[in-house]
Design a protein around this ligand. Structure first.
Ligand code: BEZ
Length: 396
């Protein structure tokens, strides 16, 4: 068992192994410290998105550790389940956290399909919920609810920011290549809208089943189409493999590789020189000069021995938003209306830059243009400033 995997199991020890693995053994509620605040983490701890889940958890834990293990005077107790990025397991696992563990707050998850199923249960239950990554447009669109907050991005929003940046870079023709599920579909839709509005043309859309990493036929098709650029959404282990295969196929010299920043975040070391020149757009970058990022990066590296990535920031900020809500109600999570109202109005200096929500509780934020070189995502400039997603507000 890797050390990161062991760490996840230890932290979630109270849940029991079968719960962590999504098994169906009877659920036993562990004794929790009186007065403690129970935060349920639904995150991947296995599969291609496991490193993303780990970074989110570390970011969330760091925020709490920096405050002596408590938020608004309530000691925090994390309870985690591994969702395996498997949508069919989402309902059972969410029910375990909400009704079995009776968590005060739900935090999850990475995969859009898992998150959409989780949110349907969470909005019915009224449990305070923070999405620290999954971009499914519906979460802050059709499924929007007063108790649902997202500290990352929406898929359409980041697709739009990347499409604008590619137009600004003079690209006129692209092939998209992604995984076929909500994240890939919606990031391509947002990209295509902005790219075509700017005069670009998407000449072919290639989509592979999630989490397939057999890229050879897709790369052969790209080689025969010879587009100016490829726009790609992959993340975690799949992103590392795609970048390496793209380079090994000899495409790096003739076709520009672009994508939302998930393509290169967290995989810089794994791809090595094969990633040099990949351009991405993200709401985080190395080389930001705000003091909050400097402090965050220093603390994260001291705690975990690795540099933080966007997923860690999103986990850290989820706890910051929760802290603002809890502080407004003196730690009393039962005062949901007041707590959610304070969370919706949260405005603070995040490591990514200024953080605030649109009316639909999705961040309105700046997206940065970056280039991967020598194992670092170098900041090239701003791709879109203060960009809100298409969600108009929340009627529920
Ligand atoms: C998603 O499924 O929404 C997602 C997964 C990984 C990175 C970004 C988005």
């Amino acid at each position: 068992m890797s050390s990161s995997r062991r760490e996840f199991f230890t932290m979630a020890g109270a849940v029991g192994l079968s719960g962590l693995l999504g098994g169906v053994a009877p659920f036993v509620r562990p004794a929790s410290a009186a007065g403690s605040l129970k935060i349920g983490l639904l995150l991947p701890a296995s599969g291609t998105y496991a490193p993303l889940g780990e970074a989110i958890r570390r970011g969330a834990e760091l925020y709490v550790k920096e405050r002596g293990g408590a938020l608004a005077g309530r000691a925090v107790e994390f309870t985690a389940l591994d969702d395996e990025s498997a949508p069919p397991k989402a309902a059972e696992l969410t029910n375990k956290l909400v009704y079995g563990e009776k968590v005060d707050v739900l935090v999850g998850t990475v995969h859009s399909g898992v998150a959409a199923a989780m949110v349907k249960i969470a909005r019915e239950a009224g449990v305070t919920t923070l999405d620290p990554n999954a971009g499914a447009d519906a979460i802050t669109g059709g499924l929007c609810a007063p108790n649902i907050f997202r500290t990352s991005f929406s898929n359409g929003q980041i697709g739009e920011a990347t499409g604008k940046a590619m137009i600004a870079a003079g690209i006129k023709e692209a092939v998209s290549c992604t995984w076929r599920y909500a994240a890939g579909d919606e990031m391509v839709a947002g990209f295509e809208k902005a790219f075509e509005a700017g005069g670009g043309k998407v000449v072919k859309k290639i989509a592979l089943p999630f989490p397939d990493v057999e890229f050879q036929s897709a790369l052969a098709e790209i080689a025969s189409l010879k587009p100016q650029a490829v726009y790609s959404f992959f993340a975690g282990g799949g992103a590392a493999k795609f970048i390496k295969d793209f380079s090994a196929a000899g495409l790096s010299g003739s076709v520009q590789l672009w994508g939302p920043g998930f393509l290169t975040d967290g995989v810089e070391a794994a791809v090595g020189a094969a990633g040099d020149g990949v351009k991405t757009v993200l709401h985080y970058a190395e080389g930001l000069t705000n003091p909050e990022d400097a402090a965050f990066r220093k603390a994260f590296e001291a705690a975990y021995g690795v540099a933080p990535d966007v997923y860690a920031v999103q986990g850290y900020d989820a706890m910051h938003v929760l802290d603002i809500g809890l502080t407004a109600v003196g730690g009393d999570v039962a005062k949901k209306d007041a707590m959610h109202a304070a969370m919706a109005k949260a405005k603070f200096a995040s490591p990514r830059g200024p953080f605030e929500f649109s009316a639909n509780r999705n961040p309105k934020q700046t997206f940065y243009l970056r280039e991967l070189k020598g194992g670092k995502n170098h900041l090239l400039g701003v791709a879109a400033e203060g960009l809100a997603d298409a969600g108009k507000g929340c009627k529920a």
